[in-house]
Design a protein around this ligand. Structure first.
Ligand code: GDP
Ligand code: MG
Length: 368
């Protein structure tokens, strides 16, 4: 039992019990000196006095500790690529064109489902594309400390040039230290001006290779299917230089790419497995939720039972809808997973409670 009495809490903080009772009254919670306080209330009170209450015997970091990989356990993995660029410059069109280069998409029943990410098998190698709306998702994930992208393809329309969201995408990629490959799109248009685009990009620090810089720029037409293979080749070349590797032989870890409440299936989330292998039935903690993986699907809607590094999978049967950017960690012990999730829920509630209480107190003081 985690309850603590008013007297005890006061003693531990070195303040008078009457001070605590006064504070409780101010919060609209009349109490006597022997009253037991639940964790949320005591945590809130403690923060009012400048203290932090910790749950006895629980340290999330210990449970979720990352085990160091041995170099010999690492295997090459496909690159994870995000397409960014100004609105209407052709991000969606490019992703569609790439989907057509996918050798598996041509198979019977190979219709790509929208799960926010997809796995492309090319003759020359595999690439994973994040399909979520451009840099909003990228930024949201970065804000949560989730680094999921290895390479950014920056789409710039040759008839429009560098625009506001182009610059934002450049800044986000640079801040994340993610290499950029530029796709100069819409070269089929009569008013396309590739040289102007290169000049404008150079003004923002992206110097094309042919000018002595280090940024690969490929001229494409997403609509006409021109230059798509060249672009993909450059992506694979860049990936090769990065020597991307992961250990597939351990419990999975990854991040949520997107999540929603599905009418028929309940909460579903697209999870990018970043290391280890995810299996049906695995015990997970995901953001503030925990449970077991009931079933998984690939980007073609096919049921799968295992997913290794760089695989995007749709996980069905979650206990709630997580946020994009939340972590997804497989644990051996269901109790532990539950403890981590509950600990996070409490922390989240504390934050919300502190926020609303502050507002209430401010209102109260206004009236005095
Ligand atoms: P997004 O907002 O970046 O996803 O851009 P879309 O892919 O939706 O493209 C915006 C518009 O540009 C659409 O009308 C496309 O058909 C058109 N478009 C995209 N790529 C090309 C291209 O290579 N050539 C031409 N002419 N039009 C294109
Ligand atoms: Mg689009």
């Amino acid at each position: 039992d985690e309850a603590i009495t008013v007297a005890n809490l006061a003693k531990q903080m070195g303040v008078k019990a009457t001070e605590v009772i006064k504070k409780l009254l101010l919060l609209g919670l009349p109490a006597n000196i022997n009253q037991a306080l639940d964790f949320d209330t005591s945590a809130l009170l403690a923060s009012e006095f400048g203290y932090e209450v910790e749950r006895a015997g629980f340290e999330e970091e210990e449970v979720l500790q990352v085990q160091q990989d041995h170099p010999e356990d690492l295997r090459p993995r496909p690159p994870v690529v995000t397409v960014m660029g100004h609105v209407d410059h052709g991000k969606t069109s490019l992703l569609d064109a790439i989907r057509h280069s996918n050798v598996i998409a041509g198979e019977a029943g190979g219709i790509t489902q929208h799960i926010g990410a997809y796995y492309v098998q090319l003759d020359t190698g595999d690439v994973v594309f994040l399909d979520t709306p451009g840099h909003e998702a990228f930024t949201a994930m970065r804000a949560r400390g989730a680094e999921v992208t290895d390479i950014v393809i920056l789409v710039v329309a040759a008839d429009d040039g560098v625009m506001q969201q182009t610059v934002e995408a450049i800044n986000h990629s640079k801040a994340a230290g993610v290499p950029i490959i530029v796709a100069i799109n819409k070269i089929d248009k009569p008013d396309a001006n590739v040289e102007r685009v290169k000049r404008e990009l150079a003004d923002h620090g992206l110097i094309p290779e042919e000018w002595g810089g280090d940024v690969t720029m490929v001229e494409i037409s997403a609509k006409k299917g021109i230059g798509i293979d060249d672009l993909l080749e450059m992506v694979l070349l860049q990936a090769e230089l990065m020597e991307l590797k992961a250990n597939p032989d351990k419990p999975a870890r990854g991040h949520v790419i997107e999540a929603k409440l599905d009418k028929g299936r309940g909460p579903v989330a697209t999870v990018l497995v970043q290391e280890g292998t995810l299996r049906e039935g695995d015990v997970y903690v995901c953001g503030t939720y925990s449970g077991r993986v009931r079933s998984m699907f690939n980007d073609r809607g096919q049921r799968i039972t295992v997913a290794g590094p760089a695989w995007p999978v749709e996980v069905v049967g979650l206990s709630g809808v997580p946020n994009a950017g939340d972590d997804f960690v497989v644990l051996a012990d269901e109790k532990q997973a539950k403890a981590v999730a509950e600990h996070r829920q409490v922390k989240q509630r504390e934050k919300e409670l502190t926020r609303t209480t502050k507002v209430t107190l401010e209102k109260l003081y206004e009236q005095i």
